[in-house]
Design a protein around this ligand. Structure first.
Ligand code: SAM
Length: 183
């Protein structure tokens, strides 16, 4: 049986369009939209990582609302998806959670830019999951800051399309990758 596949949405350190390090805000849409992809493709946990206690308290309230009786009446399919969300303060907490349950994960990142030195193919992920859990990192803002490099084991190839334009929303990138990774 395969070890788990988890995803993490990173809000710090990420870069802005000038390459400066920023902390991006969690957007509501990323919470439930990516949670639906996670539920669809059998992801064990969708980690939403943000350093601000206030932001995470707000996100917790939003998630609780979606799981309330009232919300269930309106959007019954949302609860199974948002139940996969784990709000974490930092990456070490994400790793600690996975390690406590299944052992050290393979940390795989995604980017619209190529990273030929440390790359892994979608087709290799399933084989890796026979040995260890796999965690896929997604960025926000204009992508993961380069300081993530020494915490990442490998990058998946960028999603490319008709020409060199490939600035997808993180929500679209998650769905495309997950479909490839589990089939
Ligand atoms: N803030 C925008 C949004 O999501 O609405 C910009 C997208 S966000 C920074 C970019 C992230 O989405 C990257 O860190 C990566 O995880 C993913 N992404 C976007 N385009 C991609 C592509 N062509 N290939 C791989 N990942 C991509």
């Amino acid at each position: 049986v395969l070890k788990s596949l988890s995803i993490a949405l990173i809000h710090y350190p990420v870069v802005d369009r000038n390459g400066a390090v920023i902390t991006s805000s969690v957007t509501n849409l990323d919470l439930h939209d990516i949670a639906r992809s996670a539920r669809t493709f059998g992801v064990k946990r969708y980690f939403v990582v943000h350093p601000s206690d206030d932001e995470q308290a707000l996100n917790r309230r939003i998630i609780r609302h979606w799981q309330s009786e009232f919300a269930l009446g309106v959007h019954p399919t949302r609860k199974p998806a948002v139940s996969l969300i784990s709000l974490e303060k930092d990456f070490d907490s994400v790793l600690a959670t996975i390690e406590s349950e299944e052992g050290k994960p393979l940390v795989v990142a995604t980017s619209a830019r190529k990273h030929p030195t440390k790359s892994i193919l979608e087709s290799e992920i399933k084989t890796k999951r026979e040995e260890q859990p796999v965690l896929i990192l997604f960025g926000t803002g204009y992508g993961l800051h380069e300081s993530w490099l020494d915490r990442i084991d490998a990058f998946l190839p960028p999603i490319s399309g008709a020409d060199d334009y490939n600035h997808l929303s993180v929500r679209s990138a998650v769905a495309i990758y997950l479909d490839r990774l589990i089939h």
